[in-house]
Write a protein that binds this ligand. Structure first.
Ligand code: F0G
Length: 528
């Protein structure tokens, strides 16, 4: 194109320029299975093996033929796509299909209600919004209970009951010193004041260090990466991040945040101040396999500690399965490998079959609040197209007795074996290999002290993985990215029909990358 008429880049121009500087600003023109195609200067299509998999959205491949045919049939049949506030049996069908899977994988019979969303992060926001509604309703019920108790205590004292005070409650009864009021009235008034202040405090969320749950105003607060989160802390919820490698840390955080309300108890002719625990913890949010933290499978022991602690403080668990779910781990829910049945499970990404934007939040029956349906809604969520595609995608995953899960596990094991061998052979370059099924990570040693200025600079800027990705794309037609918050780790999320030849191609590409890194050849990494 003539530069005089070249279009000014308006769509996130900075990002486009940065991608181009590393050779990643390639325009893809076609996608099929595990392959993306771009064109060279002569217009010839160049195939690229795609290990990014739409950030985990293409468990069934790009443009899966069965899903594409189905999508066409939906459009050809003039399927109602936007018929809000009408009966949506297709949404109910998806919820039923996924309930059957929950029941099978977690050995429960409890139904989960489904709320649909439009984006990946939104599915998590729906979960935390529901959890907050539940907390607020619990808090309101507790406040009403306390109010009734204060009334009973005031009546009991008028009928001759004795107020039993310790130093703290005696101080409360003189507080304010309102003339003409009796001791019990002053005590009740002081308790109401203290309680209303404590009840107004915002909730506390908990999440493991390294968590990534999205970048919307709410979900970004559960995303540990400070760069993404801290500019926006004033806008939303407060989350405490738990270091899972320090078993005692969770208990300390809980003790630190625990709050109580005051109440009056009438017993055997006496009235005394008692404390009631305030539901301050809104939700524990976690990924069973942490993605952006560098592909880290939670360990069972840590999960058990979280479950115990949450049960003790009545804090619901939100399991974010948007990336690890939909079969990638070798089961529909990665959390099922960990015995982690959540109060909430969120699904998205591959739920849209690689072509639609589908997301949903599953909410366990017992905490489910039907009031939520009156206070939460969305124009696009549950639209006919994406929800029907979601249903078909689940059918394809479940077909042939879960062949897709078996493939994810088997192909994942093959790829893992190759990566493990690289680590064994080149421990000086590769630090660790991690993951499960088709959600794998390959961590490179830090290169901040590289003898190559190019490598050193990129590593110090936290961009090593992008430099390596640029090289693999240009020199070996492999599309791969690092995990966003652990950029020394390349992540592998291909679709389930990963061929042996594709694994061999990836092996060869990685071997040549390792050789270049061993030579500290920054020029080749940036320009080859
Ligand atoms: N939760 C998890 C576990 C994710 O991996 C992501 C996104 C989100 C939530 C938020 O999704 O921002 O796309 O709506 N992960 C992308 C990735 C960014 O690189 O895998 P959003």
């Amino acid at each position: 194109m003539n530069s005089a008429v070249e279009k000014l880049e308006l769509a996130e121009p900075h990002l486009a320029e940065w991608l181009s500087s590393l050779g990643l600003g390639v325009e893809y023109v076609r996608a099929q299975g595990n392959t993306l195609f771009h064109r060279d200067d002569q217009g010839t299509e160049i195939p690229v093996i795609d290990l990014v998999g739409g950030y985990g959205s293409t468990i069934l491949g790009h443009n899966n033929p069965e899903i594409v045919t189905y999508a066409k049939s939906l459009l050809d049949n003039a399927t109602p796509i936007h018929a809000q506030f009408s009966r949506h049996s297709y949404a109910n069908d998806v919820a039923w299909k996924i309930n059957a899977i929950i029941h099978r994988e977690f050995g429960t019979t409890e139904p989960y209600s489904a709320v649909f969303a439009n984006s990946v992060a939104e599915a998590n926001e729906v979960a935390i919004k529901h959890a907050e509604l539940d907390r607020v309703l619990k808090l309101t019920a507790l406040a009403e209970d306390i109010e009734a108790n204060l009334g009973k205590a005031q009546a009991a004292v008028r009928d001759g009951a004795r107020i039993v005070t310790d130093d703290a409650s005696a101080a409360l009864a003189t507080d304010g010193n309102a003339p003409g009021k009796t001791e019990i009235d002053r005590l009740a008034a002081a308790i109401r004041n203290i309680n209303s202040e404590r009840m107004a405090a915002p909730p506390v969320f908990l999440a493991p260090e390294g968590s990534f749950h999205g970048k919307l105003i709410g979900s970004v607060q559960f995303t540990h990466n400070a760069g993404f989160r801290t500019p926006f802390t004033a806008l939303a919820a407060r989350c405490r991040f738990v270091p899972l490698d320090r078993p005692e840390a969770l208990a300390h955080i809980i003790d630190d945040e625990r709050k109580t309300l005051l109440d009056l108890a009438v017993e055997k002719g006496t009235v005394r101040v008692v404390e009631r625990s305030l539901p301050v913890f809104c939700a524990f949010v976690l990924e069973p396999i942490q993605g952006e933290a560098g592909i880290k499978v939670l360990d069972r022991e840590a999960v058990r500690r979280i479950q115990e602690a949450c049960a003790a403080i009545d804090c619901p668990i939100v399991v974010d399965e948007v990336q690890s779910g939909m079969g990638r781990s070798g089961a529909f829910f990665a959390s099922s490998h960990l015995g982690l049945q959540g109060d909430y499970h969120t699904l998205a990404k591959s739920l849209g079959g690689g072509i639609a934007k589908a997301a949903m939040t599953l909410i366990r029956g017992s905490p489910y609040r039907t009031d939520f349906e009156l206070v939460h809604s969305s124009t696009y969520a549950k639209d006919g197209f994406s929800t029907l595609i979601a249903g078909r995608t689940v059918d394809l995953l479940e077909a042939e007795d879960g062949r897709a899960y078996r493939l994810a596990e088997e192909r994942g094991d093959q790829l893992l074996a190759i990566l493990g061998k690289l680590q064994e052979e080149f421990g000086d370059v590769i630090k660790e290999v991690r993951g499960k099924g088709l959600m794998l990570g390959l961590e490179f040693h830090d290169q901040s002290d590289s003898t190559s200025e190019i490598i050193r600079e990129q590593a110090r800027a936290g961009l090593l993985g992008y430099l390596l990705s640029g090289y693999l794309l240009r020199a070996h037609a492999i599309r791969i990215f690092p995990t966003a918050s652990a950029t020394n780790t390349l992540r592998f999320e291909p679709f389930i029909y990963l061929a042996d030849a594709e694994i061999a191609h990836v092996d060869a590409g990685l071997r040549s990358l390792i050789a270049v890194l061993r030579d500290q050849d920054g020029e080749t990494l940036l320009h080859a």
